[in-house]
Write a protein that binds this ligand. Structure first.
Ligand SMILES: [Zn+2]
Length: 324
């Protein structure tokens, strides 16, 4: 029974609105960051705009579009989904007939578990799903790719702009896309990299993410990066944000593997991971929210289990076992 120390479920006690800020991170490349809430962005081409992620509901998306409209009135031709999570994709209806682009793995995940994820995320973080009724249904991509896709904005010539979408391997999910603009040195990292927020690992491939996938991201050599959550970073801060994310993943993996090998319990793994990470990460956005789901997923991975579907019921069960 409750000892009086049980923590409120996930982010249900986080009700204070965050301030979103539109900033130009390179010429015509905009980041819309929100004090630890999920970030989105846009690349303005000669005739049209590519948006990166939609936000959680059409109502939340419209706020972002209204701010974007203060800097460009060009139509949005493409909406790129960095991955399948509800908080990033369910606002798509606000983007009208823009072509929705994603990795093939994201399309598969939406088919398989999009509705369960919608229910789960809305329960975990109600503030981010205000006006849930404005969501007309799941967001399904119109166009998917495997490794790389370049969107060519405008006619051939000096004004043309390329937007390059890449899949760098499995990571935060099996279908994460990073977005860059050649010549600008800017990378939208989706949730593969966080800055001042805990990585969410519930659908992740922990070892690959913290290994080859982040290695490939680093090899792109970005000198400015828009993380999934937290402020846009530049210069040496880019490596700091990648390191901050990677250390979190590796610590989780190391501690959990140790407990599994000695045939300990999930709760012991949670306690060990929490103890190791809290000194550096407890002040990060969504740290307590993420930890039970992160430990459960890491436990499954080191036990050879593919990411399982999170449902509202399973969320509660894992929370009670580890944070209750
Ligand atoms: Zn995510």
């Amino acid at each position: 029974m409750s000892t009086g120390t049980a923590k409120p479920f996930a982010s249900t006690a986080d009700t204070q609105p965050k301030q979103a800020t539109l900033s130009e991170v390179a010429d015509g490349v905009w980041a819309y960051t929100a004090e630890g809430d999920p970030n989105v962005g846009a690349v303005v081409g000669p005739d049209s705009v590519v948006a990166v992620d939609a936000r959680s509901t059409p109502t939340h998306a419209q706020e972002w579009l209204d701010d974007l409209r203060t800097v460009t009135d060009k139509p949005i031709s493409h909406l790129v989904l960095t991955h399948y999570h509800a908080v990033r994709v369910l606002g798509a209806a606000a983007f009208g007939d823009a072509t929705v682009v994603a990795h093939a793995g994201t399309a598969r995940l939406i088919e398989e578990r999009g509705q369960a994820d919608f229910d789960s995320e809305a329960g975990r973080f109600p503030r981010l799903f205000r006006d849930l009724g404005s969501v007309p249904g799941l967001t399904h991509p119109d166009l998917v790719f495997a490794d790389e896709l370049t969107l060519l904005l405008g006619r051939p010539g000096p004004a043309r702009r390329e937007v390059v979408l890449r899949w760098l391997g499995r990571g935060h999910t099996e279908g994460d896309v990073v977005v860059s603009v050649p010549g600008e040195g800017v990378l939208f990292a989706g949730d593969l990299v966080e800055a001042g927020a805990a990585p969410y690992m519930g659908d992740s491939y922990v070892g690959e993410w913290g290994g080859a996938t982040l290695d490939r991201l680093v090899a792109l050599g970005a000198d400015a990066l828009v993380p999934g959550r937290g402020p846009a970073v530049q210069g040496t801060e880019v490596a700091d944000a990648v390191g901050y994310t990677r250390t979190f993943l590796r610590t989780m993996h190391e501690e959990t593997l140790r407990v599994v090998r000695r045939e300990g319990t999930l709760k012991e793994a949670f306690d060990r991971c929490h103890e190791r990470l809290a000194p550096d990460y407890a002040g990060s956005a969504i740290f307590e929210h993420c930890m039970p789901f992160n430990v459960q997923r890491t436990w499954d991975e080191v036990s050879g289990v593919r990411p399982r579907v999170w449902t509202a019921a399973r969320d509660q069960e894992v929370w009670r076992a580890l944070q209750g």
